[in-house]
Design a protein around this ligand. Structure first.
Ligand code: DLL
Length: 456
């Protein structure tokens, strides 16, 4: 470690030991700057980022030309609406490196996310991008309750997925100790959590619950371990799921959001208020748009999150349509951070199911299921075709305490079906499975199986 980093760590440890449990910022000036200063910084960075895209990425230049706008025409943040959108298929169409603003030889890392169809989406980072991401991650982790000196069990997948390595670098930079365990081999994770005494767990919410379940099965009470904080993200989850994780692991669980195309994890994170995720506006310009019309919706109203990157070198993104549905809150937060908050993501617009005319997100069904007595918090939704309409089968799992007779399972199924009908208004077919029958997640859980005939 360089002497500069060493002394930075020493300072961080000193600060953290004085502030344990109290307010702590990794980059106080950036996190608490006034909204006016933030807007000024955003405009300056936006213009530079557009220039980078214009000069180095033919697709962005062509699109801007077609929209009759040049980087220097953007004189205020409101002008962002004049810029063209970028969508996921643009990355696929220019697979693997076609949207990069730097030659491949200047990249120090690539990541990729595998979609359900076709080629993966490839993203790249220069050394400066990695440095920026690392700092943003350290800030994100501190906001979500991690402190220098903590022992951190990082159960996010290492590899092409941005989760594992993104967190890893941030944990080290914060001055905490990382246990780079990745996902899988859950029995061993339970042993390490106890033996090493991690204070923080980083995982997808479904995997955090999987760990809790395996611990309980093996007779280990993780509520008595040193765990205090779980940083969960990378997939939609409900408040009910948060309660379940908090109770079963004895932690405070914080939501965090990100996506590879924009950077990876670290786009937004909850603070101790657990009341929306601060999105780091000095690096990302946020818009919430009506997904149909592409027009802005008022603050507080749900719409599609659209992000323009402000500081990325290798992969600048202009008005990237995330497909993620949320709303924005710009009121000052009790934690002192001035950056806007986005609400818990209800799901992706392309995950929305239409069941006999009713729009449903899988996470809505989840909030009904989790916490119901006699069923375990594991489920899958199966979309089927009934005549000309889509129908939803809900596979839930009986808790081990339930009498395993067909009639008991049938009664339980009816209760669950009734609950879904009364809370969401859709009729579903509920199938109750035996304990352990619904597949467990090692990373992002598969919540929906599409069993409609392929010829549509
Ligand atoms: O999932 C990055 C990440 C890693 C975020 C670790 C948080 C923690 P991708 O694999 O590209 O990147 O998937 C991005 O996952 O567009 C959302 O649909 C979904 N997603 C991510 N975080 C959340 C969250 C990472 N907190 C896609 N709540 C995004 C709901 C989330 N959905």
């Amino acid at each position: 470690m360089t002497p500069v980093l060493q002394s930075r760590y020493a300072r961080l440890h000193h600060r953290a030991s004085k502030t344990r449990g109290a307010r702590f910022y990794f980059e106080r000036a950036a996190e608490t700057m006034s909204r006016e200063a933030l807007a000024k910084l955003q405009l300056r960075r936006l213009r530079a980022s557009l220039k980078n895209a214009w000069q180095h990425v033919p697709l962005h230049r062509q699109r801007m030309k077609a929209a009759r706008v040049k980087p220097e025409d953007v004189r205020s943040l409101e002008d962002v609406v004049r810029l063209p959108f970028t969508v996921k298929t643009d990355l696929r169409d220019h697979y693997p490196f076609g949207l990069f603003a730097r030659p491949r030889t200047q990249l120090v890392r690539v990541h990729a996310s595998s979609g359900t169809t076709g080629k993966p989406t490839v993203v790249g980072y220069t050394a400066k991008d990695l440095e920026t991401w690392t700092r943003i991650m350290a800030r994100t982790l501190a906001c979500g309750g991690m402190r220098p000196g903590d022992l951190v069990h990082n159960a996010l997948g290492y590899g092409l997925f941005t989760g594992g390595l993104g967190f890893h670098y941030g944990i080290e930079r914060l001055g905490a100790t990382v246990v780079p365990v990745s996902g899988g081999m859950t029995e061993r994770q339970v042993v390490l959590l106890q033996d090493f005494g991690a204070r923080v767990l980083c995982a997808t919410p479904s995997y955090a619950l999987n760990i809790a379940e395996v611990a309980e099965r093996d007779g280990v009470d993780l509520r008595k371990s040193k765990l205090e904080v779980a940083l969960c993200g990378a997939e939609p989850w409900s408040e009910a799921m948060r309660r379940e994780i908090q109770v079963r692991l004895g932690v405070r669980a914080y939501d965090n959001y990100g996506l590879s195309e924009i950077m990876g994890p670290g786009v937004a994170v909850e603070c101790e208020a657990q009341d929306g995720m601060h999105a780091w506006e000095d690096h990302f310009l946020l818009e919430i748009l009506d997904p149909e019309t592409g027009q802005a919706v008022p603050d507080g109203q749900a719409g599609e999150l659209v992000i323009t990157t402000l500081t990325k070198e290798a992969l600048p993104m202009i008005r990237y349509r995330t497909r993620d549905i949320t709303s924005i809150e710009r009121k000052r937060c009790s934690c002192g951070r001035t950056h806007a908050r986005i609400r818990r993501l209800t799901g992706r617009s392309d995950d929305m199911l239409i069941i006999r005319g009713v729009n449903v997100y899988p996470s809505q069904v989840e909030s009904v299921l989790i916490g119901l007595p006699d069923i375990a918090p594991h489920y899958q939704l199966v979309v089927e075709r009934q005549g000309v309409q889509d129908a939803l089968k809900v596979e839930v799992e009986a808790a081990p305490s339930v009498d395993a007779s067909p009639s008991a399972y049938a009664r339980l199924g009816e209760k669950v079906q009734h609950q879904i009908k009364s809370m969401i208004g859709i009729t579903t077919r509920v199938v109750v499975k035996q304990p352990g029958e619904v597949p467990r997640s090692q990373g992002k859980a598969v919540r929906v199986r599409d069993e409609r005939p392929k010829t549509r």
